[in-house]
Ligand binder design. Structure first.
Ligand code: NAD
Length: 476
């Protein structure tokens, strides 16, 4: 079986120890991944450190052009990369573009878009004060070396979110993909490295221990972490020891609230994808749906019809819309939460029974009859299960949305967008969507509140987040 290699200082690097990457649709091993040694992690950081001054010193136009070249490489290799996403992560190949089934081809298309957009953005010098005596300018400087740690749900797209703004701003990067989905990311970096000077983007691979070596390296200048709250806290601790900043994109438990004037039939498809995109394995997916009594039955019925019509299977087969859960750990968590919902008085509307292997398939599951305080409502399921909770008045629904420590996203659904915006403003979350959910965009900042983390990615704000301000103050 082929071993896929890391890229360190522009060279392909293996390791004596490797592990198998598993296809979650079949349970079969699909390639081997190196377990980077502590020395290799140090070597990768050293390569990034050495490459950074020259990279930052390049004229802006040159860096932009190289990044556009990077986007072209992604496009030229999109079929190859999408196949890796499907075989390794599980999401079906699907269609291309924002209106299609958000599968692996969509993920690679997103990589291209999230490369082109930061490449086209600028951070001009800002004059923040000027009078007859002085002129004060804010310049944006790269931090230096960014250490990035990625999760397994959108392995290529999240890697791109971490890499591209960082290098656009003149930083260099060492990234560690999740041990569940390493090959696609190692291949992505190998391919784009053809357009970049050696050392600008480097990879290391392995499990949490390798990540902990990376984030505690004192030569890092900033960390970007996307993953669970538990690991995020450890990463923040490592960053604090070296007094460096960190962007934490952590878990969510997004509430979607339908207002009494919403139209269940018209909104059902948007609600469905808001909850079940990538089999619910999306940080900002709707993870609990609050529905007023008058809309409860038609909403449950409309979602049930959609859920039961979605073809599930091996995502390499064209026409498949839903794939497996990505790994055994997550599968067991989903099974456990559904079983606890049953024991806490929940009613299974559809799904709710594991079919058994091969692969980690679990049916799309809707659960009614639960309330706040039940485990499936309070804990992040990160899988194809949605609790639908009945509420009496809007105040109650807002309180429900706000009662947990998670604050990544939320949504409000209504025929009256002004009224929905009023409700949205009272929800403590990084983003509140109206009549859509999880609709991120490369120009729009994205980040969490409360236990969902801090710092933002995307757009001008995201680019600023990988730079530090430097004031140049001139006496006249
Ligand atoms: P995880 O925290 O288990 O792992 C994330 C990464 O951290 C992996 O690469 C892992 O190897 C690494 N890691 C583990 N221990 C480490 C340590 N001590 N030091 C450094 N790195 C370490 O998370 P996961 O299961 O891969 O991802 C799922 C979670 O991520 C969910 O909670 C989800 O909501 C969240 N998520 C958030 C966003 C967002 O943008 N907010 C996006 C995607 C996923």
């Amino acid at each position: 079986m082929k071993t896929y290699l890391n890229t360190i200082n522009g060279k392909a690097v293996g390791s004596d120890k490797t592990f198998e990457s598993i296809n979650p649709a079949t349970g079969e091993a699909i390639g081997r991944v190196p377990i980077s040694t502590k020395e290799q992690v140090a070597e990768a950081v050293a390569a990034a450190r050495a490459a950074q001054p020259a990279w930052a010193a390049r004229p802006d136009a040159e860096r932009k052009a190289l990044m556009m070249k990077t986007a072209e490489i992604i496009k030229a290799n999109s079929a190859y990369l999408a196949e890796w996403v499907t075989r390794e992560q599980g999401k079906p190949l699907g269609g291309v573009g924002p209106d299609q089934v958000p599968g692996a081809r969509f993920e690679v298309w997103g990589c291209e878009a999230w490369t082109q957009v930061p490449a086209s953005l600028d951070l001009p010098v800002e004059v923040v004060f000027e009078d007859a005596t002085r002129r004060d300018e804010v310049h944006r400087k790269p931090f230096g070396v960014i250490g990035a740690i990625a999760p397994w749900n959108w392995p290529l797209l999240i890697a791109i979110w971490q890499i591209i703004p960082s290098i656009r701003a003149g930083n260099t990067v060492v990234i560690k993909p999740s041990e569940y989905t390493s090959i696609g990311t190692l291949e992505l970096v190998r391919l784009i490295s053809a357009a970049l000077p050696p050392g600008v983007v480097n990879t290391v691979s392995g499990a949490g221990e390798v990540g902990s070596w990376l984030v505690s390296d004192p030569r890092l200048d900033k960390i970007m972490f996307t993953g669970s709250a538990r690991t995020g806290a450890k990463v923040a601790e490592a960053a604090a020891k070296n007094v460096i900043p960190v962007t934490l994109e952590l878990g969510g438990n997004d509430a979607a609230i339908m207002l009494p004037d919403a139209d269940p039939k018209a909104m059902a498809m948007g609600l469905f994808w808001g909850a079940f995109i990538n089999m619910g394995q999306t940080c900002a997916a709707a993870k609990r749906l609050y529905v007023p009594e008058n809309l409860y039955e038609p909403t449950v019925q409309a979602l049930k019809e959609i859920a039961q019509a979605m073809p599930m299977g091996d995502g390499m087969k064209e026409g498949t819309v839903m794939g497996p859960i990505q790994n055994k750990m997550q599968y067991d968590k989903v099974v456990d939460l559904v079983e606890s919902a049953k024991s806490e008085g929940g009613t299974i509307v559809c799904g709710g029974t594991a079919p058994g292997g091969p692969g980690y398939f679990y049916p799309l599951t809707l659960v009614t009859g639960l309330k706040d305080g039940n485990r499936l409502v309070d804990e992040e399921q990160f899988g194809p299960v949605l609790p639908i909770i009945k509420y009496r008045d809007v105040e109650e629904a807002i309180a429900s949305a706000n009662r947990l420590d998670a604050g990544l996203g939320a949504s409000v659904w209504s025929a009256d967008t002004a009224k929905a915006a009023e409700v949205a403003g009272r929800i403590h979350a990084g983003t509140v969507w109206i009549n859509q959910h999880g609709m991120i965009h490369p120009m729009v900042p994205f980040g969490g509140a409360k236990g969902s983390g801090y710092g933002v990615e995307f757009g001008v704000e995201g680019l600023k987040a990988v730079t530090r301000p430097q004031v140049i103050s001139i006496k006249k």
